[in-house]
Ligand binder design. Structure first.
Ligand code: IPD
Ligand code: CA
Ligand code: CA
Ligand code: CA
Length: 260
């Protein structure tokens, strides 16, 4: 298939809609839940079957691309040359298992290392956020305005619970200076909140598949995504990432620098 932003955007949206429809129907069935690193790191049969489906669609549509994915059905990707797809089949597996909502499926596409197209489906709300720097950002068929450049004290923020509890990187100070902390438990759902202007910053330790789609969409919407030492994020490793309005990211970087 053609390698244009428009064609790949459509390709990604079609896959995510299909994933969304099948997850909505299937979640009424029993889930087989397994643990990975610890008792709070879950994986289900749906994470695996969804990733297998997305990977097979990508291999069929773009056989020369490479795939970085969470559950092991992708490739061993060593560099960002050409077209690279990042797949998180179910983001927020804990929410998927315990609550049955606030989970997403995400596909991020990079061309020679540059953010190209991103797609996040909020499954239970049937909302697909998609697009990229060339196309602008859409929620289903509606083009979204860029979020306002709010400051930390004007907005809600989301930081992973683990980081705040341990006060890693001065996170308690960052929370104090904001309008308040929210912890949604799905990177995809939090990126949705950033794109809609409902939250002004997200800070978490993220794997490449947690970050890829959200980074494309945030940067396409005029938001900033950076690592804690203010160097560009590396898409082939896990790292602490700050995403948010330009104003908030610069305030947060200052606070992070002041930690011991
Ligand atoms: C997790 C969620 C969570 C974030 C974790 C991720 P998963 O993804 O996005 O919000 O804090 O770091 O691993 O495992 O449910 O796809
Ligand atoms: Ca996981
Ligand atoms: Ca994830
Ligand atoms: Ca996942």
């Amino acid at each position: 298939m053609e390698i244009t932003a428009k064609t790949i955007d459509k390709f990604v949206v079609n896959i995510l809609e299909e994933v969304g429809n099948s997850l909505i129907i299937d979640t009424t069935k029993d889930k087989l839940v397994d643990t990975k690193r610890d008792r709070n790191d879950l994986v289900t049969n749906f994470d695996k079957s969804t990733e297998k489906f997305i990977v097979s669609m990508i291999k069929e549509g773009y056989p020369n691309s490479t795939i970085v994915s969470e559950e092991g059905f992708g490739d061993d990707v060593k560099n960002m040359d050409g077209l690279v797809f990042f797949v998180d089949p179910i983001d927020g597996t804990m929410n998927f298992v315990k609550r049955g909502d606030d989970f997403a499926s995400m596909i991020g596409v990079y061309l020679d290392g540059k953010p190209f197209v991103g797609g996040i489906i909020d499954v239970m709300q049937k909302r697909v956020f998609h697009g990229g720097p060339e196309l602008g950002i859409y929620c289903n068929d509606k083009k979204l305005p860029n979020p306002q450049n709010k400051s930390l004290r004007e907005g809600l923020i989301d930081i992973s619970a683990r980081m705040v509890l341990s006060d890693w990187l001065n996170t308690k100070e960052i929370v104090k200076n904001s309008s308040g902390l929210r912890v949604y438990g799905s990177a995809g759902i939090i990126f949705e909140h950033l794109l809609l202007g409902k939250e002004v910053m997200y800070m978490s330790y993220l794997a490449p598949w947690d970050l890829a789609a959200g980074r494309v969409l945030c940067e396409g919407a005029g938001l900033q995504v950076t690592s804690v030492d203010d160097t560009p994020v590396n898409m082939l490793k896990s790292q602490v990432v700050i995403a948010g309005t330009q104003k908030v990211v610069s305030e947060v970087l200052k606070t992070v620098k002041n930690c011991d």
